[in-house]
Unconditional design. Structure first.
Length: 414
């Protein structure tokens, strides 16, 4: 045995400033047990290695490994776990921080519960610029332990609390088979199933991880987690189904028609709730076409009145129509002008079109009079009514380059 209690596993790639920041935080950790910092460098081309050498010289217990080629994030995470020699292991993103008191409490819990293969906890979303915790990702009221193969009980817990089991301290012996590639389902639901297949799992009340959502190094950066939630709802469902499959194969889940219907409904509800979050994120980005697509699935699933979409629902026809027009104009080769014919407030419409993606090089004008010259090959018309459409057809404009409101709204059904 190595005698090391905890391995802090940091994968990194071309992020020397973030790694430096993370290691500066590591210098402040005051654990009452031995630990190591395992860094796996995914073939970085920056100054990652010299940064590591600097902190090794300062006395941090770092072991550094460099992959010969960039194999993507999951291979690099696997690399850190493979090199870990501590009794327990925790993953630490190079832009996040640990909470030492929470880590010590979780390690003490694992020491006192030899039947537990992993301790999960919620994590703080942290504003590094303001130096404050914003909220926790989910809530656990008290420490709770589930025994080996308690698949049904854990599934119910995940469903009711809307828990994402991403942050955990693992018994390192369990990691030899837990951390394997999962591409078509949310990997952390699969990993939770793998852990439960080997031993107990605990969900602790006290967080031990801070996920930085506003970084002092890059205040406007995009969060990887935010990007995933906008597109990964079906992977979440896949992860839940993977979890239930393992429960069934271990004889812990009745797969008869009635039971199957119950769990299928639970998977659907969980997934639709994640879609609702995605709707909000797409709306914030002003991509209302994508938000509406998700709304149709939510409405069919019985969640058309979900709080995340209720405020948007009545605005969808106008917002989606304007984004559709902006898309069509910007996508059409050779077009450099949009004419708004008969619109009550062309300035407001122009502002909205720009806001939802109309290319800046497209000139927007109000009505043309009969004598105005225009290149019909490079102009698209948005006409207020059919009579105006007919007028522009008579002037020689292409029929598929003249839109009226119904062309843009007839498929937006609320």
């Amino acid at each position: 045995m190595s005698g090391i209690k905890l391995s802090i596993c940091i994968p990194t790639y071309n992020r020397e400033a973030y790694l430096r920041n993370a290691l500066e935080h590591c210098e402040t950790y005051d654990f009452d047990f031995s630990y190591e910092i395992v860094i796996s460098d995914n073939a970085s081309t920056d100054n990652t290695a010299p940064v590591v050498e600097e902190f090794v010289a300062k006395g941090l217990p770092i072991r550094f490994h460099r992959r010969a080629a960039n194999g993507g994030p999951y291979k690099n995470i696997a690399s850190t776990f493979r090199h870990a020699v501590g009794e327990y292991s925790i993953y630490l993103a190079d832009d996040d921080f640990l909470m030492p008191d929470g880590v010590k409490a979780a390690v003490a819990y694992l020491d006192a519960n030899s039947d537990v293969s992993a301790c999960h906890a919620s994590w703080y979303l942290y504003d590094e610029i303001a130096d404050r915790d914003l909220t926790t990702f989910y809530k656990v009221d008290e420490d709770i332990k589930f025994g080996r193969h308690d698949f049904v009980e854990v599934f119910q817990f995940i469903f009711e609390r809307h828990i994402f089991p991403e942050i955990a301290i693992y018994r390192s012996s369990a990691l030899r088979s837990v951390w394997v590639p999962r591409d078509f389902c949310f990997c952390f639901f699969a990993y939770l199933a793998h852990v439960l297949d080997q031993g107990g799992v605990a969900f602790l009340k006290q967080p031990f991880y801070r996920s930085v959502v506003t970084s002092k190094l890059a205040p406007n950066r995009s969060q990887t987690g935010n990007e995933e939630v906008m597109v990964a709802w079906d992977k979440y469902r896949g992860g839940l189904e993977y979890f239930l499959y393992m429960a069934a194969k271990r004889g812990k889940l009745n797969t008869g028609p009635e039971s199957r219907a119950i769990y299928e409904e639970m998977c659907k509800v969980f997934t639709l709730n994640r879609m609702a979050v995605a709707v909000r994120f797409w709306a914030v980005r002003k991509d209302f076409i994508k938000a509406y697509e998700l709304y149709t699935r939510m409405a069919l699933g019985g969640m058309g009145n979900h709080p995340e979409v209720a405020a948007l629902r009545e605005s969808f026809p106008m917002l989606v129509a304007m984004q559709t027009l902006a898309y069509q104009v910007s996508a059409t080769a050779g077009v450099d002008r949009l004419v708004l014919s008969g619109m009550a407030d062309p300035a407001l419409i122009t502002e909205l079109l720009r806001d939802v993606g109309l290319a800046p090089e497209i000139e927007v004008t109000a009505d043309l009079d009969d004598s105005a010259s225009a290149d019909v090959e490079s102009t698209i018309i948005f006409a207020a009514d059919m009579a105006r459409r007919e007028k522009f057809l008579e002037l020689g404009y292409k029929p598929n380059m003249i839109f009226i409101e119904s062309d843009l709204t007839q498929h937006i059904l609320i």
